[in-house]
Design a protein around this ligand. Structure first.
Ligand SMILES: Cc1cc2nc3c(=O)[nH]c(=O)nc-3n(C[C@H](O)[C@H](O)[C@H](O)COP(=O)(O)OP(=O)(O)OC[C@H]3O[C@@H](n4cnc5c(N)ncnc54)[C@H](O)[C@@H]3O)c2cc1C
Length: 464
């Protein structure tokens, strides 16, 4: 039960910590503790029972080997401006270097060699011109797209590599507490066993962020209130987004609204993709989206997220996001709510009849037609409507009546653990924090980079 390094959470941050450690120091005794299942046993029943979620615990979409990455669309964002705050810790230049370094590892394990949006064409410049006219900022972001099936294969190959390199992995093993003695980490407690190590890496993702914040409170590890992103997932026919899809695959567009000056951004676009629901602790359904490499739908979906930063005395943005998601769940009996844009702006609910009048066929089959204005705060609703009207100037047709809005999409990465540039809290020695759960990253690439950076710090200080 004594290890050199314990990694809590087998998402991209935890996995890449282990990869770098075994690459540089094959003799290290490493244990990964993961709350969910092995990748082979991560089966979402929705995929075999007609799209209906049966609320598995733990959820196979968000927990298990490769964390939230396993069922992700596998879009690797190759820009430092996207997917996290690592430049705040290590600077832009080192972030870019580390993205290239990590990208090489993804390629080695089978990532597609094609990069979308790497060179700017006249068509891309025209899209930028239209964006400027519509008060939208187009953030350049080359993307390597794996698709969900390939993403799973890739992380499976990394699993085999780590097991063959002697890393121990225990599934169905949620960590309950850190063991800390006089500001020095000594290990972690699971339900039945305690495990000891000189260094502990905590990379528990959004799924583990509530638990982590509670641990930080109990152990007096300082955190700061971050932002919470709340919004909807928009779905339209591929024809509407064709220009952007063909030229960028995913265009990151940002708008500051006229009235509230709130930041609204597009996020996680899936051309030919599928809208999906994911479940967080306590049965909370929130919407997401993904796309497969080969299986394509007629629709494109992407999130529209409004960033909210709260000020004193409020310091519970995760709870705030949960409340809004719970409100939507209350109206739909724990399903995702869907509304046509035309119904939203006319102040009426969408009914099954209105839903099926359209050209577009919803890809999330168990979504419940309803009224988002009964769920989203006035401010967020107006921000989203303004954003859709701005986007309509770049992709005409987006603000048409039939555009579907699924609610709610909430990103629970809000509280940030105060760490230094070695990713340790000043409050506890040898306890490292990384990835989405610590509020440092928001995507596969930066979470993976964060894991590698932590490993490099461990190796600098490791006498083992
Ligand atoms: C449907 C979906 C699609 C996405 N698509 C993309 C995309 O295309 N591109 C992109 O860049 N990003 C995407 N993301 C986001 C991306 O998956 C995450 O940013 C990334 O996985 C974060 O990595 P992580 O290691 O920090 O956390 P996670 O991947 O969330 O992994 C954390 C792991 O920790 C485990 N855990 C939690 N608590 C405990 C505990 N107490 N004890 C033990 N284990 C614990 C969890 O079970 C989980 O396996 C998507 C996310 C989802 C949900």
């Amino acid at each position: 039960m004594v290890y050199d390094v314990i990694i809590v959470g087998a998402g991209p941050a935890g996995i890449f910590t282990a990869c770098e450690l075994v690459k540089e120091r094959a003799t290290l005794k490493i244990l990964i503790l993961e709350k969910g299942r092995d990748i082979k046993h991560r089966k979402c029943p929705k995929h075999t029972n007609g799209g209906t979620c049966i609320n598995c615990k733990p959820c196979s979409i968000t927990t298990g080997w490769a964390g939230a990455g396993a069922y992700s669309d596998g879009k690797l964002s190759l820009s430092h401006e996207v997917g996290g705050n690592l430049p705040d810790y290590i600077g832009v230049e080192q972030t870019m270097e580390m993205i290239s370094y990590t990208d090489e590892i993804y390629l080695k394990f089978g990532a597609d060699s094609k990069i979308h949006g790497a060179t700017e064409t006249p068509a891309m410049r025209e899209i930028r011109r239209k964006s400027i006219e519509a008060n939208l900022k187009l953030v350049p972001c080359p993307v390597r797209h794996l698709g969900t099936e390939k993403t799973q294969k890739l992380y499976h190959a990394i699993f085999d590599h780590l097991i063959n390199s002697g890393v121990e992995v225990l599934f169905n093993s949620p960590v309950e507490e850190f063991i800390i003695n006089q500001n020095q980490v000594e290990g972690v407690k699971c339900t039945k066993e305690s495990y000891y190590a000189g260094k502990v890496v905590v990379a528990v993702g959004r799924e583990g962020s509530n638990w982590l914040m509670h641990q930080c409170d109990v152990q007096h590890i300082p955190t700061e209130t971050g932002i919470v992103d709340i919004g909807v997932r928009l779905e339209c026919r591929n024809e509407i987004m064709q220009d952007i899809n063909d030229n960028f695959y995913e265009a990151k567009l940002v708008h500051y609204t006229r009235f509230f000056d709130d930041k609204v951004r597009t996020f996680c676009s899936n051309p030919g993709g599928f809208v999906s629901s994911e479940y967080y602790d306590g049965n909370l359904a929130v919407v997401n989206g993904h796309s497969y490499k080969d299986l394509k739908s007629d629709n494109t979906n992407f999130a529209l997220l409004v960033s909210q930063k709260f000020t004193e005395p409020f310091n519970a943005p995760i709870e705030y996001g949960h409340h809004i998601a719970r409100l939507a769940n209350m109206l739909t009996r724990n399903k995702i709510l869907v509304q046509r844009f035309g119904d939203l702006v006319r102040g009426r609910r969408t009914t099954p009849e209105r839903l099926y009048r359209n050209n577009i066929i919803p890809t999330l089959k168990d979504a419940v037609p309803g009224d988002l204005s009964l769920v989203l705060p006035h401010r967020i609703l107006l921000d989203i409507i303004e954003m859709i009207r701005a986007l309509d100037k770049v992709s005409p047709g987006l603000a048409s009546d039939e555009t579907l809005l699924y609610g709610v999409e909430v990103k629970f990465y809000s509280n940030i653990i105060k760490v230094d540039k070695t990713f340790q809290s000043p409050a506890v020695k040898d306890l490292y924090f990384g990835g989405d759960g610590a509020g440092l990253t928001r995507g596969l690439m930066q979470a993976s980079v964060n894991g590698i950076l932590i490993a490099k710090e461990i190796l600098k200080n490791c006498i083992c």
